[in-house]
Design a protein around this ligand. Sequence first.
Ligand code: ADP
Ligand code: ZN
Length: 222
Amino acid sequence: MIIIMLGAPGTGKGTVSGMLSNELNIPQVSTGDIFRKHINEHTELGELAEKYISKGQLVPDDVTIDLVKDRLQQQDVQSGVILDGFPRTVKQAEALDNMLENMNKNVSMTINLTTPEKELIERIVNRRQCPNCKASYNLVLNPPKKENICDKCGHELTKRKDDNKDTFKDRLKTYFNQTSPLVDYYEKQNKLYSALVSQSINKMGKDVTKDVVEYIKKNHIT
Ligand code: ADP
Ligand code: ZN
């Protein structure tokens, strides 16, 4: 099963991916997490990626496509994977379709998360992450029990450098210009599942995850 997560920054792609990964027992691959790991480890790729990430722009397609191509060869993703944050351009989507075709596989479904813009910015500035176990918190909606300490593993929480108002605006622009055309792309392939994630209708990541799991069972998606 190959699931793609689409959605603007702050819609909860990472949260839903993590929960789906547990429910479906397949790994989550986040290109953003991979880039951040490289940045922390000061690799060559990390240095290149940081230039783009800090401006709210996309890392160039050729670099990103090569990275994912390698990752999809690894053993742990052969029976399924949740792609969190890839593809993000039509070129990446076409490259993915090619890669999968060569492996006799195809995209099972694309989950497109949408959230009103006002809620997105709130979530982004209040987001904190555990660098150790990757747990995600929101200082308002889902704060840790002890200030700035991960409930699950006790590690100190961090805030992503690009989770500030200015970079968020650029990330949102990048999303609308370069990534949102993928909604059409997958709609045309009949692979799109859209869900609204919003406090205003009391539907958050965990509710969407439940709906998706039911949808997968009902429609025998493999
Ligand atoms: P978000 O969706 O909240 O912006 P991510 O962790 O998915 O967060 O991505 C963080 C940054 O990493 C993006 O703003 C972009 O610069 C870079 N990035 C992640 N995935 C890709 C991709 N598929 N193509 C190009 N750049 C990417
Ligand atoms: Zn933790």
